[in-house]
Design a protein. Structure first.
Length: 170
């Protein structure tokens, strides 16, 4: 992963991808921003998201609510389609399901080490699995989805953090 140099040292740009960019990927984006800010790394980690087939004008009410329950505001997010330019801009592209990773690779070609499932950062029993889309499901399913995303994003941040500290080798 090619870290970039920003004003405060190295920076990493993380792109989260799901289908509609209205549930899973905006929750992951909002969570990584929230955790990076809490860790004092908000200027060094840029989180953004896109969808392979966005159709809604905003995140679902359930996704907004589940994030609000955690002190995260994604209400201003607007779903947008995945583009090759976004993938080129990102240091790391994390799909919620295998078909998202495949869509990125179809659009931009194979990118070993740059494109993976978000669950790569999960516990062993979750690695390699897709995170189920909660769209049209009960609120409790959104909470379960958020929890899976949370576990992975916390581990992702723990892996990125040492590389972002000034003076540390990458």
């Amino acid at each position: 992963m090619g870290d970039r140099e920003g004003r405060g040292g190295p920076t990493v740009q993380v792109l989260f991808v799901c289908t509609g960019n209205a549930c899973r990927s905006p929750m992951a984006e909002g969570l990584l921003r929230h955790l990076a800010r809490a860790a004092g790394l908000d200027g060094q980690i840029r989180a953004f998201s896109a969808g392979t087939d966005p159709a809604l004008p905003a995140p679902t009410d359930e996704a907004i609510l589940v994030c609000q329950e955690q002190g995260i505001d994604i209400s201003g997010h607007r779903p947008r389609p995945l583009t090759a330019a976004m993938v080129r801009e990102a240091d790391l592209v994390l799909g919620m399901a295998r078909h998202h990773v495949e869509a990125v690779e179809r659009e931009c070609g194979p990118r070993p080490g740059q494109v993976a499932l978000l669950t790569r950062y999960g516990p062993p029993d979750l690695q390699g699995r897709s995170i189920r889309d909660p769209f049209y499901r009960p609120l409790e399913e959104y909470r379960r989805c958020f929890e899976l995303i949370r576990v992975c994003v916390v581990n992702l941040l723990a892996e990125l953090r040492p590389r972002l500290e000034p003076g540390r080798p990458r």
